[in-house]
Design a protein around this ligand. Structure first.
Ligand code: AP5
Ligand code: ZN
Length: 224
């Protein structure tokens, strides 16, 4: 499976991708999680990225394409990494600009393994504030919960590890407004890019997570 998920902040990319990973034994690579990893490690890239992320902007295309290229080159095993031997992956949060989409296509063309599905999670901005401000995450794994819609079994603790859950520093109404602006200006054109190549599919992401998952499965099982 070679697939990307496109959608605004809170659309459900990080909620659906781990389910795909489990179902299809493929790798899940979330560029937001990779960047947050760098922030936690306080690397030079992390320090730079934190400012941009908290302001709702985008890290440069060169850095992001380079990051994905490294992952492809390393061809690591799934755990915490990427790219299964069979070259099966879900990208969550990349590509986010047309140059990133072109960069990805070029990398995959080198291997003769084109993308099969570009799935857009479609949802109205008005529904996203509640999703984003109520989100809780387990930083180490990237697992996310919601105070109301998907509460953890134990208050503020990850179901799997029991470790504390936190709120992302960009999950506030003000930063969200900027992230949405960035999405409409820079990422929405990526949808048009994949509509032209013919691999685009849309899902109504305002539905219950189980319904969204059902549509996701239908798309993948129908094949490219
Ligand atoms: P990233 O981490 O990718 O953030 P994002 O795109 O803003 O997306 P989110 O993680 O907020 O949303 P999601 O769709 O994953 O929602 P989730 O499933 O968790 O990127 C962060 C930043 O990094 C960017 O702003 C940028 O600065 C930088 N960056 C990353 N990639 C980059 C790139 N390629 N180029 C440049 N810069 C890059 O769901 C949200 C909440 O809603 C959860 O609480 C969940 O439980 C709940 N929920 C999910 N589905 C449903 C449902 N169906 N019904 C009810 N509640 C639901
Ligand atoms: Zn996410």
């Amino acid at each position: 499976l070679r697939m990307i998920l496109i959608g605004p902040p809170g659309a459900g990319k990080g909620t659906q991708a781990p389910k795909l990973k489990e179902r299809f034994s493929c790798c899940h690579l979330a560029t937001g999680d990779m960047l947050r990893n760098q922030v936690a490690k306080k690397t030079p890239l992390g320090r730079e990225a934190k400012k941009i992320m908290d302001q709702g902007g985008l890290v440069s295309d060169d850095i992001m394409i380079g990051m994905i290229r490294e992952e492809l080159k390393n061809n690591k095993e799934c755990e915490g990494g990427f790219f299964h031997p069979s070259f099966s992956f879900i990208l969550d949060g990349f590509p986010r600009t047309v140059p990133q989409a072109e960069g990805l296509d070029a990398m995959l063309a080198e291997r003769n393994k084109p993308l099969q599905h570009a799935v857009e999670l479609q949802i109205d901005d008005s529904l996203l504030v509640e999703r984003i401000t109520g989100r809780l995450v387990h930083p180490a794994s990237g697992r996310s919960y919601h105070r109301t819609f998907n509460p953890p079994k134990e208050h503020m603790k990850d179901d799997v590890t029991g470790e504390p859950l936190i709120q992302r520093s960009d999950d506030n109404a003000e930063a969200l407004k900027k992230r949405l602006g960035t999405y409409h200006a820079q990422t929405a054109p990526v949808v048009g890019y994949y509509q032209k190549t013919g691999i685009w599919k849309g899902i109504d992401a305002s539905q219950q997570p189980g319904q969204v998952w059902k549509h996701m499965l239908e798309i993948v099982e129908a094949g490219p």
